[in-house]
Design a binder for this molecule. Sequence first.
Ligand code: TEU
Ligand code: CA
Length: 563
Amino acid sequence: MDRNWWKESVVYQIYPRSFCDSNGDGIGDLNGITGKLDYLKELGIDVIWLSPVYQSPNDDNGYDISDYRKIMAEFGTMEDYDRMLSRAHELGIKIMMDLVVNHTSDEHPWFVESRKSEDNEYRDYYIWRDGKEGKEPNNWGSCFGGSAWKYDEKTDQYYLHLFSEKQPDLNWENPKVRESVFDMMTWWCEKGIDGFRMDVISLISKTPGLPDGALGKSGYGEFASSCANGPRVHEYLQEMNREVLSKYDLITVGECSGVTVEEAMKYASSSGKELNMVFQFEHMDLDGGESFKWNHEKILLTELKKIMSKWQTGLAGKAWNSLYWCNHDQPRMLSRMGNDDPKYREVSAKMLATCLHMMQGTPYVYQGEELGMTNYPFTSLDEFRDIESIHAYRELTEKGIVSPEDMFDYISYKGRDNARTPMQWDDGPQAGFTTGTPWIPVNPNYKEIYAKEQMERETSVFHYYKKLIRLRKEHEIIVYGDYKLLMPDSEELYVYLRSYQGEKLLVMCNYTAREIAFRIPEELQGRTGEVLISNYDRDRTGMEDAGQETLLRSYEAAAVLYQ
Ligand code: TEU
Ligand code: CA
């Protein structure tokens, strides 16, 4: 297998609005990030993925961009950006930018022009269609509720927006769009950035004719079968690779909702014609996801293992995996598959981390995950900020599809704001995030969960992540070893075995609060393993004594190396 620095890296995602506020306006900013780079250096990460910092009217917190070459005023200036970039580079930390080019803001000059007239030179930068018998051109619903089409009186046509109506979709079939996007990417590469995370890149090519989709629970048709991994997406990405990516030494990851293992092999093939890796969603979608995210269902461990293992073995040697439990669009994994009760919070956070970080792929840590931050205990609707939750609540309760009580429970459990509450730095006012009033409430558990305390305490979740990240640098088996799932039918234990050049790495994770007996695989019985990491006090002899069986305590995890 080819070695690459991005296979050996750990990425840390920053959601700038919620990371650190340097000037007391309640909104995280670039100078705030610069001030915390030493913290990230201490953690040991290699790359920062920076969620969008470009100029934006903030309909979707920066995922609606009105100027790709300007910095959002609330976040600072281009000088602040340059300072952050060079300080990061001094520390050996790379910066990966969020590239949002499936759509722009409706306030982007291209769209402002586009909507002026049908013969405007920017008209075809977007997807405009005539209505059908006085109605929308097709039945697609948008990700954020309502139709995916917005009627524009000026020219008596509709434009397509798969997300909010302030996020019109670009028309990638137009070569000028591609050229403009590639120019902009080159501009950032010339600035010295180190990579791109590509927002919903799997949606850029739409099936011609834009056929109706199957009707969903909300009464609209789904667009995924016509947009996800559309007919020309690989052609476009290969062009992007030729024109831009191949000219620099970058890390690239495509956010690919709806991607299958087979498709991922095209996006992220080792032949290097498109991207380094993709974010797949199958594990995130186990409790509803793309089809209907709003519920409060538990993910079955057997299902999770099936999906993770399919990706681990499916891409092995052919493409490369990304590994993530959390990001700015997902509730906190600790509250989802771990246990956020104070009694088990730290131990289960460490267990989840072990389970993910010992797999093959490039791990992504989402801000606060390294502290064991949890979902927010919502008590009223006005605590929500995210347009997705707010629109979904309104639409589904008004139509009588879900009761207000249930819907409140669902957005509290699954809503994206869970990930967006401010980073918990210390136990002072507003968790040290801001000296002002934060744009979104701080999780009240900041008195117990905060970085300052964890950095000082050897047994903290922070130190545990630090160790996991270091181990990846010390043991090639973690990066390059094969993966084999053991005990696929257990609803309690996630156990897998990595193998590399004669070494074996046994990873055992108890996903329950119960004690579970675990039988050591025959090939390892009687052998002395070195416990690389454990969230209890398991040491070297712990495995030696075990012989054939060992007891895994509540949420216990350990990785044991046999040489
Ligand atoms: O997310 C796109 C995406 O795949 C959605 O399904 C997303 O996961 C949604 O929030 C699920 O409920 C990207 C960004 O990560 C997200 O923050 C943006 O809102 C979206 O694209 C539009 O740019
Ligand atoms: Ca600020």
